[in-house]
Structure formats: structure tokens, C-alpha cells
Design a protein around this ligand. Structure first.
Ligand SMILES: Nc1ncnc2c1ncn2[C@@H]1O[C@H](COP(=O)(O)OP(=O)(O)OP(=O)(O)O)[C@@H](O)[C@H]1O
Ligand SMILES: [Mg+2]
Length: 255
């Protein structure tokens, strides 16, 4: 195993230098955090499942014409991605009221929203990821107006596609978080692509019939059965780790 340079360690993933320039390896950890890092824990097997789930969804989105950073899965916990210049804005798409929007506007959880709502949050752990408007994003230079347009249209296309995909396996896509980045091609042209991950860490997924939560809210709200919920999402998508649950503990971070 060659030693790779660690570029960044976040709360849920580690980024390593990739095998070729312009690539990175994303290693998915079992660590879980919530409420801006105030609650921490380990969800055994989460990294393995999230690696597979994000691979699956990014490949499906690519087939549907959405540009993404995903290149290929390398092993149980790692995937190769194209290095991008991350736009420091979390893009949240909401279809049904839950979490902060329910609190902010006093809307009962589970109420369908009049239409899908896109929200932006400035990526800053220090500030607790404050909600921002397009005005803040352009005034502070986090993204150009054209880039926001591209991000908005991609986010809505991704929402349409994923809502249908999840509905097909009996899951409601209540809301989800996306990150986008700037990808420079060989001619130094830049375009916005989907980056980071799409997993039950950043999505609310409810069973269509029972409204059972199959996402990180089980961890946030101490509902139990967290790993089982992630497994159920993977199972419904038709993904299971090669060697079954025995493999799920996985190795410690390899460097
Ligand atoms: N293709 C990419 N190129 C460069 N950086 C990326 C790419 N995809 C994701 N990232 C960044 O890699 C990091 C992934 O780590 P992780 O998700 O654990 O971070 P985090 O703890 O959520 O922290 P934060 O997102 O606030 O940095 C994130 O900072 C994310 O923005
Ligand atoms: Mg993250």
C-alpha cells in the first residue's frame, strides 16, 4: 500500500491526493456528527454504505446528464473523484417540511411544501453554517451570478430525478443537501459540477407507507437502528457490500 498524502480530514470523510493530478480519493468514515459538531458518534458500517450509495446515485445522475465529480469506486470505503474548487455554499432542496424549516416557520413535520424550495447556507463550522441569500453569495464573491443560476438549475434537476428514483423504491425524498464545485477542463474552461456525496447523512428519506425515517435523523434524535436504516436504503436501491455485513467494520484509515 503506497502512502498517500492526506489533504483534508472532515467530519465524515478524509480526502487524499489521487493517483493522477486533478484527482482525489474520498475515504468514507463511520464517524457521525450532528448539530454543528455538538453531537458525535460512530455508526458502524456507515462509511461502506455511504461509499456505495453515493457511487450509485452519482452514476445514475451522470446517466441523466448531470455533470459530477465521481470517477469510480476504488474499494469498500474509497472512491476516486475529480478535484474541484468547492463553492463554499451548501445547497439544500426541500420537498416536505422537516427539521429547521419546520421550526423556523412553525410548519408541522411532514407537511408537503407548496413547491420545492432551494436554500443556501454558507459553509463555515465556526459560524454554524448560516443561511444566506444569492445577494450574500455574489456580494462576498463565493459564486458568480451565472454560477448560482447553474447551481439552481442543476439542484432542481437532481431533485426531480432523485425524487422519482427514491419513490420507485418506496422512499420519500423529504429534503437533501448538495455541494457543487468548479471543474477546469483541459482548455481551462470552467464548469459547475456536483461534488461531495449524496447519502443518508445529508438526505431525509421516509418510508412512503409508514413515514419511518431512514436517514441521519435516527442518529440526531436518538431513534436507534441507525446503521440498519442506512442498510435498508442500500438494500432498496439494490446495493449491498460485496461480502455482506461481515465486511462492514472495514479497516482503519489507510494512509
Ligand atoms: N471533488 C472534490 N474536490 C475537492 N473537495 C471536495 C470534493 N468533494 C468534496 N469535497 C470537500 O471534501 C470535504 C469532505 O469531507 P467531509 O464531508 O467530512 O467534510 P465536513 O466535515 O462535512 O466539513 P466541511 O464540508 O465543512 O469542510 C468537504 O469539505 C467537501 O466540501
Ligand atoms: Mg460533509
Amino acid at each position: 500500500m503506497t502512502r498517500r498524502r492526506k489533504i483534508y480530514e472532515g467530519k465524515a470523510k478524509v480526502l487524499f491526493e489521487g493517483p493522477e493530478p486533478g484527482t482525489l480519493v474520498q475515504y468514507f468514515k463511520d464517524d457521525a456528527t450532528a448539530f454543528n459538531n455538538q453531537k458525535r458518534g460512530v455508526i458502524t458500517g456507515k462509511g461502506v454504505l455511504n461509499n456505495r450509495i453515493s457511487e450509485y446515485l452519482m452514476l445514475k445522475l451522470a446517466e441523466a446528464g448531470i455533470p459530477t465529480h465521481f470517477v469510480r469506486r476504488l474499494n469498500m470505503r474509497e472512491q476516486l473523484v475529480k478535484e474541484v474548487d468547492i463553492v463554499p455554499v451548501e445547497v439544500v432542496v426541500r420537498n416536505i417540511a422537516a427539521g429547521s424549516i419546520s421550526q423556523r416557520f412553525n410548519i408541522a413535520e411532514g407537511t408537503p411544501l407548496p413547491r420545492s424550495i432551494v436554500e443556501f447556507y454558507y459553509k463555515s463550522d465556526e459560524l454554524g453554517d448560516p443561511m444566506v441569500s444569492e445577494e450574500h453569495i455574489t456580494a462576498f464573491g463565493w459564486a458568480a451570478p451565472q454560477e448560482i443560476d447553474d447551481i439552481l438549475s442543476l439542484a432542481l434537476r437532481i431533485n426531480d430525478f432523485l425524487s422519482g428514483l427514491f419513490l420507485g423504491v418506496g422512499l420519500k425524498l423529504v429534503d437533501f443537501k448538495l455541494e457543487f464545485g468548479r471543474l477546469y477542463d483541459d482548455n481551462d474552461q470552467v464548469r459547475i459540477v456536483l461534488a461531495d456525496e449524496i447519502t443518508p447523512d445529508g438526505c431525509r428519506l421516509w418510508d412512503v407507507k409508514t413515514n419511518e425515517k431512514l436517514d441521519k435523523d435516527r442518529f440526531r434524535r436518538d431513534l436507534g437502528g441507525v446503521a440498519e436504516a442506512y442498510q435498508e436504503v442500500a438494500r432498496r436501491l439494490g446495493i449491498m457490500p460485496e461480502a455482506g455485513p461481515r465486511d462492514m467494520k472495514g479497516p482503519a484509515t489507510v494512509q
